[in-house]
Write a protein of this length. Structure first.
Ligand SMILES: NC(=O)C1=CN([C@@H]2O[C@H](COP(=O)(O)OP(=O)(O)OC[C@H]3O[C@@H](n4cnc5c(N)ncnc54)[C@H](O)[C@@H]3O)[C@@H](O)[C@H]2O)C=CC1
Ligand SMILES: O=C(O)C(=O)Cc1ccc(O)cc1
Length: 311
């Protein structure tokens, strides 16, 4: 059953995440009015062509005026400027949230601009693909995925519950944690895998031209999995690296140490060590599957054109 949760929702940023939200809000009837704003005219025009909202504005202040829920879905490095821009137009009692992949930095950038009487609740849906832009989104993106909130001290429980209910209606499961813990956890489960993928594909791309053409020709599925991650949006991932620097460097240091140990095991033909590690890691994969978390990136967004109308 669908029923309206908010009179007006404003979506600032209408790429993969913003447009997926627009689609699920529409499908579930979660808002009376969906106002869309984004920085680029081309992206806004595309959102209009796709019929993603009820109104469209280049001026984010216009979109957020009167909104009961404002969701900022822009690269994390732009969160501060967006918060500063929309702050004077936010309605008293409104909920302001975001979807950024890093949390401590987003809070540091946005919180100083949030007016008293506005409920700022930082969030992060652990759902996405390597695609970006308004064509890439799909209503099912958040189904059975986690949405993590990192509420600030003194957060109004009723506002947090209302936002949690919104995300549940989008299909997600809810968890809360503190921002530092979020950033450390995401550094290992999400940020490092992307950095490793960018690195290995970059290494392959640096090989001499003959080998490079063979990389494409013989690309095995392991390498292809890396190329999917390494095709992710450069602006988004530049910002993630710059805005979760400490946690990423900490995890990269541990990763490098472990890689050196693996390198040593290979050099000294230490089969037992290799076998033990590979057995232990296989058990991790099995635990993920048993926990029902082996959701591959779904096919829904697969046909989407890559980077259709970047903004
Ligand atoms: N792509 C993914 O798989 C996931 C991304 N996220 C987070 O969601 C946020 C958005 O990511 P995507 O939707 O994938 O990116 P995207 O590149 O598809 O869309 C970004 C949108 O932000 C707009 N934008 C950029 N700078 C802006 C500014 N200063 N003011 C207004 N609009 C601006 C762009 O025009 C575009 O509409 C990022 O913070 C990212 O870390 C979170 C979960 C998954
Ligand atoms: O495409 C993938 O495999 C992802 O891991 C998507 C993703 C990217 C960034 C996030 O903050 C959350 C999810």
């Amino acid at each position: 059953m669908t029923s309206t949760m908010f009179e007006k929702i404003a979506l600032v940023g209408i790429g993969l995440i913003g447009s997926s939200l627009a689609r699920v809000i529409h499908r579930e009837g979660l808002a009376g009015h969906v106002a869309i704003s984004t920085r680029s005219e081309t992206t806004l025009a595309r959102a209009r062509e796709l019929g993603l909202g009820s109104s469209y504005a280049m001026d984010a202040k216009e979109a957020v005026g009167d909104a009961d829920l404002v969701i900022v879905s822009v690269p994390v490095g732009s969160s501060g400027e967006v918060a500063e821009e929309i702050a004077p137009a936010l309605k008293q009692g409104a909920i302001l949230t975001d979807v950024g992949s890093t949390k401590a930095s987003v809070i540091a950038q946005m919180q100083p601009h949030v007016p008293a009487g506005v409920h700022f609740i930082p969030g992060h849906p652990l759902a996405g693909t390597e695609k970006s832009g308004p064509d890439a989104g799909f209503a099912e993106l958040f189904e059975n995925r986690w949405c993590i909130f990192t509420p600030l001290p003194g957060t109004d429980p009723a506002a947090l519950e209302k936002l949690s209910e919104f995300w549940r209606r989008c299909g997600s499961n809810i968890d809360t944690m503190d921002p530092q813990h979020h950033d450390m956890t995401l550094a290992i489960v999400s940020h490092l895998p992307h950095i490793i993928a960018y690195n290995i594909v970059g290494t392959a791309d640096d090989l001499e031209s003959v080998t490079k053409s063979e990389v494409i020709k013989y690309s095995a599925s392991g390498f292809r999995d890396f190329t999917r991650l390494a095709a992710s949006d450069p602006t988004m991932w530049r910002d993630v690296c710059l805005h979760n620097k400490d946690a990423i460097l900490e995890m990269l240091a541990r990763f490098s140490e472990d890689l050196a140990s693996l390198q040593r095991a290979i050099r000294w033909s230490d089969g037992e060590k290799l076998f033990d590690l590979f057995t232990r890691t296989r058990a991790v994969r099995r635990s993920i599957i048993e926990a029902g978390q082996d959701i591959d990136v779904p096919d829904f967004g697969r046909q989407a054109v890559e980077h259709p109308a970047k903004g």
